[in-house]
Design a protein around this ligand. Sequence first.
Ligand code: BMA
Length: 910
Amino acid sequence: MGARAFVLLLSSFGVLKVSGQFGLAPLVQSLDGEWKLWNSNKSVSLPAQVPGCVHTALQQQGFIKDPYFRYNDLLYEWISLENWTYATMFVVSKEMRSKQKVLLVLEGVDTAASVWLNGESVGQTDNMFRQYVFPIQDLLKDEKNVLRVDFLSPILYAAQRRKAHSAYAVPPECPPDVQKGQCHVNFIRKAQSSFSWDWGPSFPGAGLWKGVRLHAFDLVRLDRFATLPLYDANGSSWTLVVDALVDAVQLMNAVQVTLDMPELQSHGTFSTNIHQGNAKYSFALRINTGRKVKLWWPIGLGGQPFYRLLVTVCSQDGKKLFSVHSKVYFRRVELVQEPIVSSTGLSFYFRINGKPIFLKGSNWIPAHSFQDQVTPTTILNLLQSAVEANMNILRVWGGGVYELDAFYDACDELGLMVWQDFMFACAMYPTDNDFLRTVREEVYQQIWRLKLHPSVIVWSANNENEAALATNWFNIPGWQRTLYLKDYVTLYVDNIKALIKQEDPTRPFLVSSPTNGAESEQEGYVANNPYDPRYGDTHFYSYETDCWDWRTFPRARLASEYGFQSWPSLATLLPVTMPEDLRFDSLFASHRQHHLDGNQQMLKQSSIHYHLPNSSNPYTRFTHTLYLTQRTSGGLDIHRDPRDLRMFSGISKVMQAQCVKIQTEFYRRSRSELQGGLGHTMGALYWQLNDIWQGPSWSSIEFGGKWKMLHYFAVDFFADILPVAFEDNGDLLIYAISDLSPDLKLNVMVSVYKWSNLDPICTLRSESTVVPGGSAVPVFKRSIDVLLAGCGNCSRQSCLLSFHLEDKDGTQYGPANHHFLCSPKDAVGLLLPNITVKVRGDETELLVDVHSQAVAPFVWLDAGNVEGRFSRNGFLMLSRNKTVTFHPDRNTSVAQFSLALTVTSLSDLY
Ligand code: BMA
């Protein structure tokens, strides 16, 4: 037989490639492409792409408009209530038909469906997070084959399952009305947010959202492949565990397996019998201790080097069965939960390669309601934005989807850590046999898919379900509590945790988020108070208490969720609105708001520190008093409408950015100290990074990728070195925070400005202080009264502070920061800055020269619908001139850009 080599990219393995030799090699035929799609009574019939979904197909063929436009989420409910059929016709080669085994592999079926080939049933599906494999060789014909997938409406399916579960309710039955969603999502293994969430629409989709292919072979098929590096601290040595799931047609004795990592001069040869059927095989390759292994590090602490592993599998008589090329990264992860001196709780932090890491990041939600529309480019753009904002971690939140391989591959390469939830959120779940069976397979497959990624540092079984049980969100009567507790332990401990222990002993496991971690386990996996700041991680939201008051925040060991909502910008809203929608009191504005009282809460929080124009009682009179002034590069463009949503969007973004800044700075400065046993905070992940559609939410990046002011703020508040200020008992304190390794000797320079003057009126310099690597230490303390009295005629209302860190040579470390001594609405002396902008540069890099006549808080440059990023934005202008760079995503001329550019500052809103 000629040595015709083939190469097959198996993205689901996360490996570089799998190859074999003609004859022994599996044959693969993709069935992706154009299929037919119709509804139950065939009144709608159309071509549809696979991978894809019904909504996308209907839109592409002109049956529906943009589902995100205005009220289309309600208008298009019928799509999710229909039963849809996908069908395709295909021909297979003689060679394929002659193979011993032919499998139909469905990479992603969303969700409840029956699969038919040539009129015969081949199987059922009930879980969008699983791959399904059905043997079909007996059903294949010589000529045309017809493959059909009949989908049941996800809404009807969930309702049926709920009805069948008659013994007791599994709450919640339905989402809150404000979410305009569907009921019983906890009965269907589908993105839980697809039935609506407090930031997203209800679009329960259906379709083949990943690829479909045939896989034919005579001897063996490599079903799954993964590697796990194990570190032996005693011998300071590494062992690489190589796991393979192999499907064999017949018993094969003395199969030769060779593992080869040339760069580490590590080789291993093994002989094994491969049994008929599906089985797991593990091999341990001891890494040559004479070679220094380069480690994978989170971004900011080192590189992300990898090694190549070549696995060759040959039959007893030396014929190559298959080979695999894979990337291998080496890193260790530990979750440290130890007693802390002077505290009654336990520490809760991650150590990577032995080094404690402060987690800085955010929470990731699905990037689109229709997953087939999420491209690797969308994902990369968001991940790149996270890196540019100095994040080192993202939490893949448990109400969405296990992300695409492209997501985890990119995280590995970027050094972005991943906190991986399993997909259960804000609900109780059934534990009947069918449910457990499908969940076990889901979890098993996802562990295998993801465990070779060094970026994944922790498995977490669910989002907020421990808290929901502990604090009784669903009003479960006391006498029934043990029933739900038992179900909880069955699902997350007896099944999910047990599977993780079996398949991946290298990573920590958390039963929930928030959780008290080890303490929750002690208390039977549901702690009395999972929000206890002395243990584990904490979620904390308080929308109406003053977010500038750090005393209201829990000094948690790790803050994995906190945040505030804002509205997206005009450019993002325009494609989904009509002009009359862009009013604060429009039906649209309340329709898009899925969080109860969300718009009112934003308003109330904004009114604490900012003037809502022309109003002495901004909260109640807001709708009568809003206005917006926008200054464009071409002159003054005053747009005055008291109910303009743009104004609201602007002020909500300022509020959100400043609130999350203050809260994040609080967590970061709590890294090294304990107060009343609380502190040693080792992580801050705000809620939420991205958006699923164009609506109000907690995100820092709008749907489409545009950064909100919060995201620009994150660049600074997550900087590796940062000075932060706060007040305590009349004193001003400044802390220096360093996430870097070396100790630094730094001074803080504090400048006092008047709101009315662009030149500082005093400048103070602290003694130099040692800032140890990985710490937050006080570097400056002064009574505010003394400070102001010593600085010509200053009052809290008339002055503000700016400060930065520098070394003895005057080299600045980290970004400058500022501290307001009063709310901007009480500031005395704030002048209209009459900001002007001039654009120069070329099509790939546009320079914006900003000129201001006065101190200007929250200067916001908006490029409208020109996509790209500014080097800085939302900044406090304390100088007459500043140059900001804009990098457009696509080449944009100076003229085009100037036309789109607007600039606003807080003073413009008064
Ligand atoms: C959290 C999340 C989400 C939710 C967010 C905002 O607790 O886990 O369920 O969207 O709060 O309410």
